[in-house]
Design a protein around this ligand. Structure first.
Ligand code: GLP
Length: 268
């Protein structure tokens, strides 16, 4: 795993956007796995800016989002569909037919729907670059602690920690309690592990335990992101606060120096 240490959110966003932009320039028909959450907002802002400058074309890019809340229609202001429109899709030339986000409004045969999402990923040739955030409890997508490392796209019950973290987005009075989602449709850890390249972004001290457990802890379903240790091409892009519980920081800095010298493509 490559650990890129950055000062702050700004630098992280710029670095991640740069890596995505070069991947799209190398392969204009790239299949891109996308994530939501506050950490992604800066990345999407940079990608939009590159597009507006005329240096990034999304016309052939295919996208698959990790997850969506169960029960929220696309137009709901807290849905991940809405997040993606607001922060990226409405501002770039991605073909709407190439956008895939799990449907939060499905009812009944969840297994069949989730299998069709997996099938769509397969038909697209698999995901080339997957963007990930991380939850305070180490979740990726909505793969909550104890998710199977082999899990596929499925219905997932959200943990109390995630419900608490997300309650800030569902302010009292704005939505009725029954509208606050308790479940989600999420790509599985097995699905994520099949993507070709992974970029995981984390900022802030609140993520430092999850980051340290994922990079330096044992591979365990108790910390979903620790499963990324099994993947051959993962880059963590984290700020000083999120890196604060890592014990091998100096080593990661030396690796970064050598990477810049020997395989600079991994950084730009
Ligand atoms: C949600 C998403 C995750 C994301 C996480 C972190 O739980 N399902 O994919 O990583 O939020 O969000 P934030 O970046 O706001 O901390």
């Amino acid at each position: 795993m490559l650990v890129i240490l950055k000062r702050d959110d700004q630098e992280i966003s710029r670095q991640a956007a740069q890596l995505i932009a070069s991947a799209v320039r190398k392969n204009p028909a790239l299949t891109l796995g996308l994530a939501t959450g506050g950490t992604m907002i800066g990345v999407y802002r940079h990608l939009v800016a590159l597009h507006k400058q005329g240096s990034l074309d999304f016309s052939r890019v295919v996208t698959f989002n990790l997850d969506e809340y169960l029960g929220l229609p696309a137009e709901h202001p807290r849905s991940f569909h809405h997040f993606m429109q607001e922060n990226l899709f409405a501002h770039v030339n991605v073909d709407p037919r190439n956008i895939h986000i799990p449907d939060g409004t499905i009812r009944g045969n969840y297994d069949q729907y989730c299998a069709s999402y997996e099938e769509a990923i397969r038909k697209a040739g698999g995901i080339d670059v997957q963007l990930l955030g991380i939850g305070r409890n180490g979740h990726i997508g909505f793969n909550e602690p104890t998710s199977s490392i082999g899990s596929r796209t499925r219905l997932k019950v959200l943990s109390q920690e995630t419900l608490d973290d997300n309650s800030k987005f569902f302010a009292p009075g704005e939505e009725s309690p029954e509208e606050s989602p308790r479940c989600a449709i999420t790509m599985g850890i097995g699905t994520i592990l099949e993507t070709r390249k992974i970029l995981l972004l984390a900022t802030g001290a609140g993520k430092s335990a999850a980051v340290a457990n994922s990079i330096e802890g044992p591979v365990t379903s108790a910390v979903s992101a620790s499963a990324l240790q099994l993947h051959p091409d993962v880059t963590f892009i984290i700020d000083d606060a999120a890196a604060s519980q890592l014990t091998q920081r100096d080593y990661y800095l030396r690796v970064l120096e050598m990477t810049a010298l020997l395989t600079p493509d991994r950084l730009s």
